[in-house]
Design a protein around this ligand. Structure first.
Ligand code: M6R
Length: 610
């Protein structure tokens, strides 16, 4: 979603801001803008609809010079994508504001400010912040105090940066519900919504907490909590490579990230399975005690992360013998739910900033969940900071909007969690050893699966003129079918649905004809004969099938069915193994359709508004 970059430096900051915006492109956006205060204390702005490159080109044609500036990529919520609605928004040629989030009481504030004579140029909720700061400055002794008074009047979510061209030594930033990170340089300091934006200029970061307002100047950063009390927010070195934003030899980030899965899983396992035993401390302090007392697990997540949670339910109930519910965060947060005794709340999130998941975690604490664990890929993110325990996936930065390596490393984390809980609930030593062995075998197995890429690419042509697709799976492959359908619709814009194969005859069979490709995930497991009956139901109605199966499942290609041989693997890790062919299929179909694979239309990487 929207991205923020800001800088206070002696050197010109336009290039730093634009590079920062480029590094945030993966989050999804529709327009970009920058505001810089020049040496004569004049506020200069440039905005463009479309890609950051358009803005970069505008700045080559008309450079903006100055050492203090703010920049933004906007993902429209209030008001259509346009240059007028793009940030920064400006009041009286002096105050410039960028904002992530949604100001829920913007209509009331807008009417009040209009009554005070302010003229609004955009349809955005953000513009109210701009004029409100300008208004509050009239009765304040500093920009800091004007922003502190302003945020007290805002309802909703914001990460915002305010610049006053008459005071070019300072930026004022405020966080409530939308993350902001301060970057520390030498004689220069920075602000961004994501550390990725600042990696070329610093590795030292501190995160603002909810309600914080901070003043950032070249040599100093002062942070105040929601009561206006000065507070310290510890700065730490980030352990992220500068090059994480580089596509290397790959045509798209999504393809690079698909191929990175064996390494990402190796990194996620590394040091955690010591001499064949799981190191419980990997979940955080006190994890063993919490796992010992768990009688029920409630999983909450969105999108792809929800699908990994669905697989975990099969594992927890079957392997660990612990009951488990899973719910979409945006549903959980708005209903009254029952909290079973000794329940562990598990959230799953690649970004750690998904607004609905974060709200669900906060609600869970209020309604009586004793302990919480997050499975997450971003250290220092809000969900990590607000959970009791955290399992950090080591997928590395995931740039493609379509989640790939984050998903499979989440599954690895969830299988390790199943081990950790199961050991307290009667899981035998043999079963523990079997799971551990299977996990260790995964990276090599995934390398074998990736070798299928060219045969999967050959299938993609068949989908070029299709408008719909159906994915089928049973048991723990049902969520994998759902994930396959989500990937296909997300990046190829083909409408895709997933069904538990046993549900076919309860309705979806009516859809089957030659125009509806049916993708089946069919490893040889206890349900294979049931699944074969479902396959026959499709065949009898003239459906064309693409079956991903291992040789033990004994499917054969014919006129109605193309079989893709997936390497044989242990049942336990089959959901992870069968994910990769579906990711590759979606990717190659999207290539044929010519879509924007890494930044599909209307989507954002980090969904920080509800
Ligand atoms: O960062 P999160 O894992 O919390 O994000 C949740 C979803 O927005 C995300 O998984 C989304 O569904 C992906 N784009 C799917 O590829």
């Amino acid at each position: 979603m929207c991205g923020i970059v800001g800088a206070v430096a002696q050197r010109d900051v336009a290039d730093i801001l634009v590079e920062g915006l480029k590094r945030l492109e993966y989050r999804g956006y529709d327009s970009a803008g920058v505001a810089i205060t020049n040496n004569n204390n004049e506020l200069l702005t440039a905005k463009r609809l479309g890609k950051v490159q358009e803005l970069a080109q505008a700045l080559i044609e008309t450079p903006l010079t100055g050492g203090t500036g703010i920049a933004h990529t906007r993902w429209a919520t209030h008001g259509a994508p346009s240059e007028v609605n793009a940030h920064p928004h400006v009041s009286n040629s002096t105050i410039a504001v960028v904002h992530n989030g949604i100001i829920e009481n913007h209509e009331a504030l807008r009417s009040r400010l209009q009554g005070l004579g302010y003229e609004f140029l955009s349809q955005t909720d953000t513009e109210v912040i701009t004029h409100l700061v300008h208004h509050e400055l009239k009765s304040s002794d500093s920009l800091l105090s004007a922003v502190q008074k302003t945020v007290k009047q805002l309802e909703g979510a914001y990460g915002t940066v305010v610049m006053d061209s008459r005071d070019k030594d300072n930026l004022i930033v405020a966080r409530s519900g939308s993350p902001l990170v301060i970057g520390y340089g030498v004689g220069e300091n920075f602000i961004a919504s994501d550390i990725m934006a600042l990696l070329p200029v610093t590795r030292k970061f501190s995160y603002l907490e909810e309600g914080d307002v901070a003043q950032i100047s070249r040599f100093n950063v002062s942070v105040f909590d929601s009561n206006g009390k000065p507070v310290e927010r510890e700065a730490k070195e980030a352990n992220v490579s500068h090059d994480s934003g580089d596509k290397g030899e790959y045509r798209h980030y999504m393809l690079k990230e698909t191929y990175e899965q064996p390494t990402a899983i190796r990194n996620t396992l590394d040091g955690r399975l010591v001499a064949g035993k799981l190191d419980i401390n990997t979940f955080g302090e006190g994890a063993d005690e919490i796992f010992k007392n768990v009688e029920h697990v409630q999983i909450i997540a969105c999108g792809t992360s929800y699908h990994s949670g669905m697989v975990a339910r099969y594992w927890l109930e079957e392997l660990a013998g612990v009951s488990c519910n899973i719910e979409i965060a945006s549903e959980f947060r708005y209903r009254k739910s029952f909290v079973p005794k000794n329940s562990l709340l598990v959230t799953i999130s690649q970004s750690g900033e998904t607004a609905d998941t974060l709200a669900a975690l906060r609600l869970a604490k209020e309604i009586g969940y004793q302990s919480s664990l997050v499975i997450c890929n971003v250290p220092g993110s809000s969900l990590v900071r607000e959970s009791d325990l955290a399992f950090m996936t080591k997928a590395g930065a995931e740039i493609g909007v379509a989640s790939t390596k984050a998903f499979t490393t989440q599954l690895v984390g969830l299988l390790m969690m199943t081990l950790a809980i199961g050991k307290h609930h009667g899981m035998s030593d043999e079963k523990q050893a079997e799971i551990t062995q299977s996990l260790m075998s995964l990276p090599a197995k995934l390398d074998e699966v990736l070798a299928l890429a060219s045969s999967i690419e050959d299938l993609a042509e068949d989908f070029a003129d299709k408008h719909h697709a159906l994915f089928l799976g049973r048991g723990d492959q049902y969520p994998i079918a759902m994930e396959g359908a989500l990937k296909l619709k997300e990046i190829s814009y083909i409408h895709a649905e997933a069904y538990a194969a046993g549900e076919l005859k309860h309705g979806p069979l009516a859809l089957i004809d030659a125009e509806m490709p049916v993708i089946v995930v069919a490893p040889k497991n206890d349900l294979i004969e049931k699944l074969k009956s479902n396959v026959e139901e499709v065949r009898a109605r003239g459906g064309l099938m693409y079956v991903f199966a291992d040789s033990d499942a004994h499917f054969a290609s014919d006129d109605t069915m193309k079989v893709i041989d997936v390497p044989i693997c242990d049942d336990i890790i089959a959901p992870i193994v069968y994910t990769l062919p579906l990711q590759l299929l979606s990717y190659y179909v999207a290539i044929i359709k010519g879509t924007d694979v890494d930044q599909p239309r209307n989507l954002a990487k980090s969904v920080t508004v509800e």
